[in-house]
Design a protein around this ligand. Structure first.
Ligand code: SF4
Length: 905
C-alpha cells in the first residue's frame, strides 16, 4: 500500500487529497490534513473519487486510440502514430486550403496548467489562430471580465481565510452548500465561532444555502443589477459610502451616483420581486459591517449581462471600501478545478499568456518574443458558442475537443449536435470514451485523468497546487500535454514555413511537464500573477502557494489591493455604471415559466466521472424538473408525473418534483443530465445560446419555457445487473435509451451498483424489450419468473440469483418498482417475497416503509430515518449521534438542519 498527495479534480475549491493505492490500483482517498484549502475534509464527490478509478470503470475509459476515416463506419482501434499522423494530415490540408482559422481547439477547465500551456502555444504560437476556447467560457468568463473592468486584472482579491474574518457574508448566485461544499464547511465553522456574523443569500431558489441565511433575497432571475444599484442607492442616501476611499482610489463614481439615483428600493423591489425593506436591510448589513465578503458564482456569470452583474456587485465593495483587508472583498468561486490556471496561460480565445491583453501590440510582442515566433495573432478567436456556430456554418472545418463534453454542456444542444455532425473532422481527446461528445469523434485519443496525471492547478484563492500521479496510465492513455507536443511536432513537419511549422521542434522541446511549467513561470515575470518565486521543488517542500509570488518573495500574497493600488492605467479602480437589462428571453403567455439551472449536491458537471458511482445518485437519482406545487396543480398534474418542457429551441419530457424551493412561475433543472442519462439531448436542449457582449458567456441560467402534462400509454422500469459490472450494462442499454421518446438511464445502489432504466412511450416495441431483457439477462424463459397480460399490455419478468432478486423488468404496471429496486440493491433474501415479486403492490409485502432518498451518503442514511428521529422528538445532535449522519464529510448538514426545522414548524 502506498500513498500519494494530489488534488481533487472536481470544483475550484481545490481540496488536497491523499490517494491510497496498491500495485498500480487506486484503493482509497482521504482529505489531506495539511492542505490549506480543506485541512483534511472532502465532500461527497471528493471522498468517492477512488470509486471512479476502479478497474470496472475501464468499461467506459478511452484506453486506445481509435480512428474512422468513413463517417458511416464505426471507429476502430489504431496506434498512436496512425492516429496522430491522420489528424496532422487533415489539419495541414485544411490549413493549407482555408487558413489557420479553419481549425479550432475546445479545451477544459479540468486541464492542468501544463496541458493548457502547450495547447495555447500550439494554436497561437505554431498555427497563428486564436481559435482556442474552453468550457471555462461557460462558467467563469463573466467573472474574469467583471474583475478586469473594475479592478483591472483577473485576480480574485480575497481568500478562504477571509471567511472566518468576515462579519457579513453576501452570497449571490451560488448554492455554496452544494457546489463548493468544503467552502461551506468553513462558513459553518465561522458562523459557529461568531454567531453575530450575518449571512445574506441572493438566489431565486430557496436552496439549502439560502435556507440557512439570516436574510434570503429570492430575486427574479436576471435582476441582480437592479438589486445592487438599489443597495448603492440606499448606501448613498444613508451616507454609508466611503468618500475618502472613492476619491483616493477609484474613478467613475459620479456617473454611477447619477445612475443609481432612480434605483430606489421601491423601484428595485418591483423589478426584482423582493420586499423593499429586505433590500434596505441588505444594504445596511453590507455597508456597515466591519468587513463584508461577497461570494458568487454562476448565478451572476451565466447571464447575457454577466460581466455587469459582477461589476455592479464589485461597485458596492469599492463604494464602501469592503475590500483589501481581512474579511472583505469580492470573491468569485471557481466552478472548475483549474479554470484559474487556464486563464493564467491565456487559454481563452480572447486572452494571451499571463493575463496579457490581446489587443495590446506590446503584449503580443512580449509573448511572440517569449515563444520565439514572429508574431501572435491579434484577432480574437471564436468563443465557445461562436465556435460551434462557426462549425455549423462550415467556417471551422476541424475541431479538437479535449477533456470536455460540449454535446452535453453547451446551450442549445440541437445546434451543437448539428455542428458536430457537420464538422469535417472531430478529434476528441478524452479519458472517458462514453461521453456524448465522444460519439462524434472521428479520432478518439485516450488521455490520462485524475490519479494518473501530474502537473499543477490553481484554485479559487489563487493557490497553485501540485497534482501528482499515483498509478500508471491505463491502456495506451497519454498525458494531455504529451499528446499536444507530439501532435505539434508532426503538424509542424507538414506545415513547414506555412504558419510557424518550421519552428515546431524548437517550440515544443518538452520531455517533462516541469519544463512546460518553467516556461509558463517565466511568462508571468513582472505581471500581476508573477510566480517567478515558485518552483516545483518549493511546491513539494512547502506545499501549495498563492500568487503573486515573485522572485525573492518568501510567501505569496494572501489578499490583493490592501494598498488601494489597482492594476489599471491610473492605478485606480473603475466604477462601472450599468443599468438593469432584461434576460435574453422574457416570459410571456406562450412561455410563462422562468427556468433556472444549477447543481445537485452529489453530481458534477456532465457526470462523465460522478455518473460512474452509484451512491452519488442516491440523493437525487433521476432527472427531475423542480416545480412549485401550485404550478403542478394548475396543470392538472401530480408530483412525480411527467411533463413536457418546451423552450424556443426544443423540448424534453421529464418527471416533475413538487418543491417549495422554487417560487410559483419558476422551475429548476439540474445541469447534469445529458443524453447519456435521459432521452433526447438532455436539459441543455432548452437553454439559451445568447451571450454577454464582453465575456461571451452564454445565459445558461435562464430560459423562458412552457410546461404541460405529458401522458404516455406505456411505462417501463427495468433494473438490475448481470454479473458485477454495472457500467458495462449501462453502455449496453444506451441504444435502448436513445430510441425512446422519454426515459432515463441511471445507476442505483451502493456496494453493488445496479442499472435503472425508466421509460414512457405510446408503444414499447418487442425489439426494445428484447434489447432490455438481453442486457439484464432477463431473456432466458427457463431462468426468469414471468407474467404477461396481453389484453392490458402488462408484462413482468424477474430473475433470481439464488435467493436474491437480481433483475426486474416491469411494463404496463410499474408501481412495485420502488420496493423491488430496494430489494435488488439491498441483496437480502427474496424467498419470503417471492410470491409477490410480480404482484401489483405499491408497498413491499409486510408493509416495510420505503427508504426515501439518501441524505447522508457517507453513512447511507435515508430521509425517512432522519425524519422519524425528528418527529419522535430527537434533536439534531441526537439524530446525528444515533445515525451518524453528517458526522463525516458534512455535505448533508445543511439538509439535516432544514429537515430539523421543517419538523419543528
Ligand atoms: Fe473536491 Fe468537494 Fe473539495 Fe470541491 S469541495 S475540491 S468537489 S472535495
Amino acid at each position: 500500500m502506498a500513498e500519494t498527495r494530489s488534488t481533487c479534480c472536481y470544483c475550484g475549491v481545490g481540496c488536497g487529497v491523499i490517494i491510497e493505492h496498491d500495485h498500480g490500483h487506486i484503493t482509497g482517498v482521504r482529505g489531506d490534513p495539511d492542505h490549506p484549502a480543506n485541512f483534511g475534509r472532502l465532500c461527497t464527490k471528493g471522498s468517492t473519487l477512488h470509486l471512479t478509478a476502479t478497474p470496472a470503470t475501464h468499461a467506459v475509459r478511452a484506453l486506445y486510440p481509435e480512428l474512422r476515416t468513413d463517417r458511416a463506419a464505426s471507429r476502430a482501434r489504431t496506434d498512436w502514430d496512425t492516429a496522430l499522423d491522420h489528424v496532422a494530415d487533415r489539419f495541414a490540408a485544411i490549413i493549407r486550403e482555408h487558413g489557420p482559422d479553419a481549425v479550432a481547439f475546445y479545451l477544459s477547465g479540468q486541464f492542468l496548467t501544463e496541458d493548457y500551456y502547450v495547447y495555447n502555444k500550439l494554436a497561437k504560437g505554431l498555427l497563428g489562430t486564436n481559435n482556442l476556447d474552453t468550457n471555462s467560457r461557460l462558467c467563469m468568463s463573466s467573472a474574469v471580465a467583471g474583475y478586469k473592468q473594475t479592478l483591472g486584472a483577473d485576480a480574485p482579491p480575497a481568500c478562504y481565510d477571509d471567511i472566518p474574518a468576515t462579519h457579513c457574508l453576501f452570497i449571490s448566485g451560488s448554492n455554496t452548500a452544494f457546489a463548493h461544499p468544503i467552502v461551506y464547511r468553513r462558513i459553518e465553522d465561522a458562523r459557529a465561532a461568531n454567531p453575530a456574523m450575518k449571512m445574506i443569500v441572493v438566489d431565486p431558489r430557496r436552496t439549502d444555502t439560502a435556507e440557512q441565511a439570516d436574510l434570503h433575497l429570492p430575486l427574479l432571475p436576471g435582476t441582480d443589477i437592479a438589486l445592487y444599484n438599489a443597495m448603492l442607492h440606499v448606501m448613498l442616501w444613508e451616507g454609508w459610502i466611503n468618500d475618502d476611499y472613492i476619491a483616493a482610489h477609484t474613478e467613475g463614481f459620479d456617473a454611477l451616483r447619477k445612475l443609481v439615483r432612480e434605483y430606489t428600493p421601491d423601484m428595485a423591489a418591483g423589478i426584482c420581486g423582493l420586499r423593499k425593506q429586505d433590500i434596505e436591510t441588505a444594504a445596511e448589513w453590507f455597508a456597515t459591517s466591519p468587513a463584508t465578503l461577497s461570494m458568487y458564482c454562476q448565478g451572476l456569470n451565466q447571464s447575457t449581462h454577466g460581466t455587469h452583474n459582477n461589476a455592479a456587485l464589485i461597485n458596492l465593495h469599492l463604494a464602501t471600501q469592503q475590500l483589501g483587508r481581512p474579511g472583505a472583498g469580492p470573491f468569485s468561486l471557481t466552478g472548475q478545478p483549474n479554470a484559474m490556471g487556464g486563464r493564467e496561460v491565456g487559454g481563452l480565445a480572447n486572452l494571451i499568456s499571463a493575463h496579457r491583453d490581446m489587443a495590446n501590440p506590446a503584449h503580443r510582442a512580449e509573448v511572440a518574443a517569449l515563444w520565439g515566433v514572429p508574431s501572435v495573432p491579434d484577432k480574437p478567436g471564436y468563443s465557445a458558442v461562436e465556435l460551434f456556430r462557426a462549425i455549423n456554418d462550415g467556417k471551422v472545418k476541424a475541431v479538437w475537443i479535449a477533456c470536455t463534453n460540449p454535446a452535453q454542456s453547451m446551450p442549445d444542444q440541437s445546434m451543437i449536435h448539428a455542428a458536430l455532425q457537420k464538422a469535417e473532422l472531430v478529434v476528441v481527446q478524452e479519458a472517458f470514451g462514453h461521453t456524448e461528445t465522444a460519439r462524434y469523434a472521428d479520432v478518439l485519443l485516450p488521455a490520462t485523468t485524475w490519479g494518473e496525471k501530474t502537473g499543477t492547478v490553481t484554485n479559487s484563492e489563487r493557490r497553485v497546487t501540485r497534482v501528482r500521479s499515483a498509478v500508471p496510465a491505463p491502456g495506451e492513455a497519454r498525458h494531455d500535454w504529451q499528446i499536444g507536443v507530439d501532435f505539434a511536432r508532426r503538424l509542424g513537419k507538414r506545415l513547414g514555413d506555412l504558419c510557424n511549422g518550421a519552428l515546431a521542434e524548437k517550440l515544443f522541446p518538452y520531455t517533462h511537464e516541469e519544463q512546460v511549467w518553467m516556461e509558463h513561470r517565466e511568462s508571468t515575470r513582472g505581471r500581476d500573477l508573477d510566480i517567478t518565486g515558485l518552483s516545483y521543488r518549493m511546491l513539494e517542500e512547502q506545499g501549495p502557494q498563492q500568487w503573486p509570488f515573485p522572485e525573492g518573495a518568501t510567501q505569496g500574497k494572501v489578499r490583493l489591493y490592501e494598498d488601494g493600488v489597482f492594476p489599471t492605467k491610473s492605478g485606480k479602480a473603475q466604477f462601472v455604471a450599468t443599468e438593469h437589462r432584461p434576460t435574453a428571453e422574457e416570459v410571456n403567455a406562450r412561455f410563462p415559466i422562468r427556468l433556472t439551472t444549477g447543481r445537485l449536491r452529489d453530481q458534477w458537471h456532465g457526470m462523465s466521472r460522478t455518473g460512474l458511482t452509484a451512491r452519488l445518485y442516491a440523493h437525487e437519482g433521476e432527472p427531475l424538473l423542480h416545480l412549485n406545487p401550485s404550478d403542478i396543480e394548475r396543470r392538472g398534474m401530480k408530483d412525480g408525473e411527467l411533463a413536457r418542457v418546451k423552450s424556443r429551441r426544443g423540448d424534453i419530457v421529464i418527471k416533475v418534483l413538487a418543491t417549495e424551493t422554487v417560487r410559483p412561475g419558476q422551475a429548476f433543472l439540474p445541469m447534469h443530465w445529458g443524453a447519456n442519462a435521459m432521452s433526447g439531448f438532455g436539459i441543455n436542449t432548452l437553454t439559451v445560446p445568447d451571450f454577454d457582449p464582453y465575456s461571451k458567456q452564454p445565459e445558461l441560467k435562464h430560459a423562458a419555457v412552457q410546461v404541460e402534462k405529458y401522458k404516455a400509454s406505456q411505462h417501463m422500469v427495468a433494473l438490475g445487473v448481470p454479473g458485477d459490472n454495472a457500467l458495462a450494462t449501462l453502455e449496453a442499454l444506451r441504444p435502448a435509451l436513445a430510441s425512446l421518446p422519454q426515459g432515463s438511464l441511471t445507476l442505483a445502489g451502493r456496494d453493488k451498483p445496479i442499472v435503472v432504466l425508466r421509460a414512457e412511450a405510446d408503444e414499447l416495441s418487442s425489439q426494445l424489450l428484447e434489447q432490455v431483457d438481453a442486457a439484464l439477462a432477463l431473456d432466458d424463459d427457463t431462468q426468469v419468473l414471468s407474467y404477461r397480460d396481453s389484453r392490458r399490455d402488462i408484462g413482468k419478468r424477474a430473475r433470481l440469483d439464488g435467493d436474491k432478486l437480481a433483475a426486474v423488468r416491469l411494463t404496463g404496471e410499474t408501481k412495485a418498482a420502488g420496493w423491488l429496486q430496494n430489494m435488488v440493491v439491498g441483496e437480502g433474501s427474496a424467498t419470503e417475497a417471492r410470491k409477490w415479486l410480480l404482484a401489483p403492490l405499491a408497498e413491499p409485502p409486510g408493509g416495510a416503509q420505503a427508504r426515501g432518498k439518501v441524505v447522508c451518503n457517507c453513512f447511507d442514511v435515508s430521509e425517512t430515518d432522519i425524519l422519524a428521529g425528528f418527529k419522535g422528538g430527537e434533536s439534531l445532535e441526537q439524530v446525528q449521534g444515533r445515525l451518524k449522519c453528517g458526522t463525516n464529510c458534512g455535505s448533508c448538514i445543511p439538509e439535516l438542519k432544514r429537515l430539523a426545522a421543517s419538523c419543528k414548524g
